[in-house]
Ligand binder design. Structure first.
Ligand code: GLN
Length: 391
């Protein structure tokens, strides 16, 4: 008997856990769940270990340690040229995923509408359900110029009941990086309809081909209506640390904090101190990661193209969304789900079926998501196995 509350019944076990379990079962190369198979800067790890050893092991303030909030403020000023007050405008969270839930629970009333772009990161939809919100969708379409959305589709999603829009750039899973023009369309609608922007920018540092990242908070009239959410997990290749943050004007920050204090209260102190060290001292590691990931994107992308996948090169993030129509046809398979079940068993490589990230799953059935956030030997092994199984 399903004992789950009704609000959770529409949701299956998250696809990341499902595909990682399948990958482990078949000893497959896990290009499914987005995490690197290498660790971030040693200085960060040493700072966290040092903090444990020197007894920084009790609760921290609910909004985070001052050292970290100050490091985040400087980091964000350098990136986005915006200033946030560490005491009233910055909150440390358990990764960006918790920040999203805290933002929605803190700001959205039951029956309010929240706009999501589809494909979306799966937790957005569950967090909207926790808040009792109705969801509206703007589709990101595959085109000859990459993944994009239209101004018309965006404008159609806004209604007098819209409370918030969740923006994710660089985008998981498509790798789309929103342009200032696209962000301007969103900003115009937010101002016109008095809507809050919740901006998930966890891949802010991971853009390729010199594509600039723009935060919507930098657009006119947007700082006062935006919560910028980010984290150190992907930037510093320590995804299991789950240290994230939310930046926003005091009223939005206050709403988020009032939910955050009851969800989790605070974030592990030693990890906060490790994170502060990395934000302050490990900028070169981020440059090196970006260069590495761009070359892994290119390597995996060319191999996939050679094997018959159709690729739109991602401008950011960890992921390639590849059209698998031709490959699946050769194998006698149909959907992304069929291919993602087939691959670990027959090729010992795992990927994610993105149809689970769509309100209209059909829109995602021709795609499959591969993560290229791996060492070169791992990418080489995956390519070798895919060639053996698919050529
Ligand atoms: N953000 C990562 C991804 O998209 C992993 C998320 C998770 O495992 N919950 O793959």
């Amino acid at each position: 008997m399903d004992q789950r509350a009704k609000r959770l019944q529409p949701f299956a076990t998250t696809i990341f856990s499902e595909m990682t379990a399948l990958a482990n079962h078949y000893e497959a190369v896990n290009l499914a769940q987005g995490f690197p198979d290498f660790d971030g800067p040693i200085q960060g790890k040493q700072a966290a270990i040092g903090a444990i050893q020197s007894n920084h092991n009790q609760y921290t303030p609910l909004h985070g340690l001052s050292d970290l909030r100050r490091a985040i403020a400087n980091w964000n000023t350098d990136l986005n040229n915006l200033t946030y007050d560490p005491d009233s405008e910055i909150t440390v969270t358990n990764g960006c995923t918790e920040a999203i839930t805290a933002a929605l629970l803190g700001l959205v009333n039951p029956e309010d509408e929240v706009i999501l772009f589809e494909p979306y990161y799966d937790s957005y939809r569950a967090a909207c359900a926790f808040a009792g919100a109705h969801t509206k969708f703007v589709t990101i379409d595959p085109t000859d110029d990459g993944f994009t959305f239209t101004k018309e589709a965006l404008e159609r999603a806004f209604t007098p009941r819209t409370r918030a829009i969740i923006i994710n750039t660089p985008h998981n899973p498509t790798g789309m990086v929103m342009t200032p023009e696209q962000l301007g369309w969103i900003a115009d609608q937010c101002v016109q309809h008095d809507v809050i922007a919740i901006a998930d920018e966890v891949y802010e540092q991971l853009t390729y081909d010199n594509t600039p990242h723009t935060s919507i908070a930098t657009l006119p009239h947007m700082r006062e209506r935006t919560l910028v959410l980010s984290s150190m997990g992907n930037t510093f290749s320590l995804t299991g640390w789950k240290v994230g943050w939310a930046l926003g004007p005091a009223p939005l920050t206050g709403a988020l904090r009032s939910a955050h204090q009851f969800i989790t209260f605070c974030v592990p102190g030693p990890l906060q101190l490790g994170c502060a060290t990395m934000l302050n001292d490990c900028r070169q590691d981020v440059e090196d990661l970006r260069t590495h990931l761009q070359s892994m994107r290119d390597k995996l992308g060319s191999a996939l193209t050679e094997l018959g996948f159709h690729i739109r090169a991602p401008k950011g993030s960890y992921f390639i969304m590849a059209d698998h129509t031709e490959v699946s046809k050769r194998l006698g398979l149909n959907t992304d789900i069929e291919l993602c079940r087939w691959l670990p068993e027959h090729a010992a490589v795992a990927a994610i079926p993105p149809s689970v990230f769509y309100n209209t799953p059909d829109l995602g059935h021709n795609f499959i998501r591969f993560s290229f956030a791996k060492t070169e030997p791992t990418i080489d092994r995956a390519i070798h196995r895919l060639r053996l199984a698919l050529s």
